[in-house]
Design a protein around this ligand. Structure first.
Ligand code: ADP
Ligand code: MG
Ligand code: MG
Length: 245
């Protein structure tokens, strides 16, 4: 489903990713772990097509399509969702409007009509309830004044509404207390299906107690330096990155 081959990415002329390769099959959850500065968020940004991340070598294919050929919004239309390490606040735009606009732009890309307002309200209320989000928060400006945990929960509602084929979640677990962590993990597990793949970027093993990955990769200095099963996360927790990578 996803194939990243020998990816090199530079930011401001500085090489950050230095030959990263990764393959994911449909139905799989992979975790990428690694110390601060390893390049994890840079990988997420390159997959999303963010400005300023220059691909200097290598390729990313998704369902056989060259992802690097597509504009960021086209990647979203193809089924990519990116959860940010630091979700952005959008003053003046309500959560409801934001999610409806995002959903309808994906539908337009796929040649589908806009979802009716009534159907959209039904969908988003159901997803907010699944994620135990107070429906009043849907009316508020996107992430403005939300706590760290509320932002992450909101991101899971966005993901559930968009129903992506490929989700990349960058430190979705950071700043969550244990109850919020379980709710967020439930959102990730609900998105885990035979026809989706999920890439979890995380510092800590904790989230992986609730979302069991099929594969774990350790990143250091712009590359994947070790891959293994879910036990690798436990080994990292016990011995630290230096010993494992
Ligand atoms: P991680 O998410 O694993 O902590 P990042 O991808 O955020 O790592 O960063 C990897 C490296 O790239 C770090 O050394 C960081 O300082 C550098 N870097 C990230 N963004 C920029 C930028 N905009 N300009 C210069 N260097 C950057
Ligand atoms: Mg970091
Ligand atoms: Mg990061």
């Amino acid at each position: 489903m996803l194939k990243i081959d020998n990816l090199h990415v530079a930011v401001d002329g500085k090489a950050i990713l230095k030959g990263l390769s990764l393959e994911m099959n449909a139905g799989e959850v992979h975790a990428i772990m690694g110390p601060n500065g390893a390049g994890k968020s840079t990988l997420a940004a390159a997959i999303a097509g963010r400005d300023g991340y220059e691909i200097t070598d290598g390729s990313i294919t998704f369902k056989g399509k060259d992802l690097l050929d597509l504009e960021p919004h086209e990647r979203v239309g193809e089924g990519l969702f990116l959860g940010f390490q630091y979700p952005v606040e959008i003053p003046g735009v309500s959560n409801l409007n934001f999610m409806r606009t995002a959903l309808n732009s994906v539908r337009k890309y796929r040649g589908e009509d806009d979802m009716s307002a009534a159907d959209f309200m039904k969908l988003i209320r159901a997803k907010a309830a699944d994620l135990q989000m107070d429906p009043e928060m849907l009316k508020r400006f996107v992430n403005v004044g939300f706590s760290g945990g509320e932002k992450k929960r909101n991101e899971m509602v966005q993901m559930a509404v968009l129903d992506p084929a490929f989700a990349v979640l960058d430190e979705t677990d950071s700043g969550l207390d244990i109850d919020a962590l379980k709710v967020v993990a439930g959102g990730i597990n609900a998105q885990r299906r035979d026809d989706t793949c999920i890439l979890l970027i995380t510092h800590y093993q904790r989230l992986l107690d609730y979302v069991q990955p099929d594969r774990v990769h350790v990143m250091a200095n712009g590359r994947i330096v070790r891959s293994g099963g879910k036990d690798l996360a436990l080994e990292l927790e016990e011995k630290g990155y230096a010993a494992v990578a």
